[in-house]
Write a protein that binds this ligand. Structure first.
Ligand code: NAP
Length: 300
C-alpha cells in the first residue's frame, strides 16, 4: 500500500494511465501534470499545472518513458500545455524525493545531479527489460508478417544479440517453426544458444552467415549491419532492427543495395500500450512501496 505517499505524474502517454490506476488503487496521493485533456477521473488524483504542484510534499515524480527532451520539455499526449522540468521546481521537493523515468539524457542526468535527487532509469532494469521483451517480440512478429509473403514457420531467421530481448526473440521465432541462428560476441551467449538448440555463430562470421537468411532481427545497439555486411545479403533479406536509435544498421546503404531495412522503435508502447503500462506500473509499485515504508520509518 502507498498510503502516505505523494506522487506527481508528469506527462506521458497511454502507458501512464496504467501507472496512475495502480497508484490510485494503492491509495497514494496523486497529482497529475499534463493531463488536462484526460476525461478519465482517477479517484484521489488531482490535475494541476506544473507551477501549481505542492513540490514540498512530493515524495516521488514519475516522468514518461522518454524522460525529457534535451531542453527539459516533458512529452504530454493528454495536454497542449508545455511542461518543463526545471531545477527551480525540483529543489523544492524533499531531499528523499525520487525521480523515475524510462530513459534519461544529459539534461535529465545533469538536472538530477544539480538538485541532488535520485534518478531511477526504469528501462535499465533487467525486470522491465525482460517483461518488455514479451510485447516487443509480438511487435516483431507483426512486422515480419506484414513485410513478407511467406510464413515465419520454415523461414531462415538470424537474431543478432542474445541479451534480454534477443533471447525472447530467438526462442519465440524458434517456437513458431523458424530455423533460427544467433549471432553473438559473448561466448557464454553462444553456449546458451547451442543449449537452446539454436544455431550459434560468432559476430566475426556475420558476413558469411547473412548470405542465406530471410529475416535478420538486430538487437545490438552498435553499427553491426554495415555496408560490408549488407553487401553479402540478397535483396530478399528483410532487416528488422529494434536496437535503440539510430539502430545497428546502415539504412542508407541497405536501401541502395535493395535490402529492406526497418528501424522499429518503441514496439511495446505501439502494439500493447496497456500491457506496456502495466509492466512499468507493476515494477514501479514495488519500488514505491519500499519508498513508502522508508518514509513511514523516517516519520516514526
Ligand atoms: P541487452 O540485454 O543489453 O542485450 C544487448 C546485447 O547486445 C547484449 O547481449 C550485448 O552483449 C550485445 N552487444 C552489445 N554491443 C555489441 C557489439 N558491439 N557486438 C556484439 N554484441 C554486442 O539489451 P536488450 O534489453 O536486449 O535490448 C537490446 C536493444 O534493443 C537496446 O538498444 C534496447 O533499447 C532495444 N529495445 C528496443 C525495443 C523496441 O521496441 N524497439 C524493445 C526492447 C529493447 P554483451 O552483454 O556481451 O555486451
Amino acid at each position: 500500500m502507498l498510503s502516505g505517499l505523494t506522487v506527481a505524474v508528469i506527462g506521458g502517454d497511454a502507458r501512464q494511465l496504467e501507472i496512475i490506476r495502480k497508484l490510485s488503487q494503492q491509495h497514494a496521493k496523486v497529482f497529475l501534470v499534463g493531463f488536462d485533456q484526460l476525461d478519465h477521473g482517477f479517484i484521489g488524483a488531482e490535475k494541476l499545472k506544473m507551477s501549481e504542484l505542492p513540490f514540498e510534499q512530493v515524495d516521488s515524480m514519475i516522468l514518461p518513458v522518454s524522460g525529457t527532451t534535451d531542453e527539459g520539455a516533458v512529452a504530454t499526449v493528454f495536454s497542449n500545455e508545455q511542461v518543463l522540468l526545471e531545477a527551480k521546481y525540483l529543489e523544492r521537493t524533499p531531499a528523499h524525493c525520487i525521480l523515475y523515468s524510462g530513459i534519461s539524457n544529459t539534461y535529465l542526468d545533469n538536472l538530477a545531479k544539480q538538485v541532488n535527487r535520485k534518478l531511477v532509469k526504469l528501462f535499465e532494469r533487467d525486470d522491465i527489460a525482460i517483461y518488455n521483451s514479451i510485447p516487443t517480440v509480438e511487435g516483431i512478429i507483426m512486422m515480419a508478417i506484414q513485410q513478407t509473403d511467406y510464413t515465419i514457420h520454415g523461414s531462415h531467421v538470424a537474431v543478432l544479440g542474445l541479451g534480454r530481448t534477443g533471447l525472447t526473440i530467438a526462442r519465440t521465432f524458434r517456437a513458431l517453426g523458424a530455423d533460427v541462428k544467433v549471432g553473438a560476441a559473448d561466448t557464454a551467449h553462444l553456449a546458451r544458444a547451442f543449449e537452446m538448440g539454436l544455431n550459434p555463430f560468432s559476430m566475426d562470421q556475420l558476413k558469411e552467415e547473412v548470405t542465406d537468411v530471410d529475416i535478420i532481427i538486430n538487437t545490438i545497439p552498435s553499427l553491426v549491419l554495415d555496408s560490408s555486411v549488407i553487401v553479402s545479403m540478397t535483396p530478399k533479406t528483410l532487416i528488422l532492427d529494434i536496437a535503440s536509435r539510430p539502430g545497428g544498421t546502415d539504412f542508407d546503404f541497405a536501401q541502395k543495395h535493395g535490402v529492406k531495412a526497418l528501424l522499429a522503435p518503441g514496439l511495446p508502447g505501439i502494439v500493447a500500450p496497456k500491457t506496456a503500462g502495466q509492466i512499468i506500473a507493476k515494477v514501479l509499485s514495488g519500488l514505491l512501496c519500499k519508498l513508502a515504508e522508508e518514509k513511514r520509518g523516517m516519520e516514526s
